[in-house]
Design a protein around this ligand. Sequence first.
Ligand code: PGA
Length: 249
Amino acid sequence: MRQNIIAGNWKMNLDFNQATELVKEILDKQKESDVLTIIAPPYTHLKSIKDMLGQTDIRLAAQNCHHQESGAYTGEISVKMLKSVGVDYVILGHSERREFFNEDSLAISYKVSKVLENGLIPIYCCGETLEERNEAQHFHIIEKQIKQGLFQLNELELNDCLIAYEPVWAIGTGETASPDQAQEMHAFIRKTIANEYNEIIANNISILYGGSVKPSNAVELFNCPDIDGGLIGGASLQVDQFIELTQSF
Ligand code: PGA
């Protein structure tokens, strides 16, 4: 069911002590709100952070996973392993995975299916580069990423997914998509889903915007009718900014 969400993507930041310190601060400073709050620390911190979160409403995400159940995949982490330490969500197909680790939408689609099979929730990321936007290819690119990454799913499965639209040119650059640009793409993603499935599914799915979201631009973005929240990188490492973002709806 569609809901307001703030998801913090910590990326490859914070050693164990810094990470647990940040969680402590978040727990101390968090305020009453209806917003679903998710944090995605590095793998090595997940179990301890899960223990710290205990019975609070803050949910835990991993930043990636492997699509196989288990086996000879040195250095990889399976969904079952994530599940066994209490992870609820898995970020998949982040543009940094696509760019630096050559993940394409097909490979990511296997991960999406595996995550769902294990009862966890994928946060499927899509986004165009600046070059693609300048060449007016952005709708085409996003449509392709959505189709290839998600349309292997049946209605019930898709209903369980979250989507994050993150234009690559806005990630970590300080440059944000304007509310109009973001709203336009979010509406397009819903239309793409409605065409393949139906309006109900399209309207039920939560679509987050990501790319230099901070308290100063969040309210305007989250006010857009098709933007349900944010996938937050840099600002999720600053406790005050992160808490303020959960209050920006
Ligand atoms: P940013 O990162 O907020 O630092 O731009 C967003 C993301 O990559 O998820």
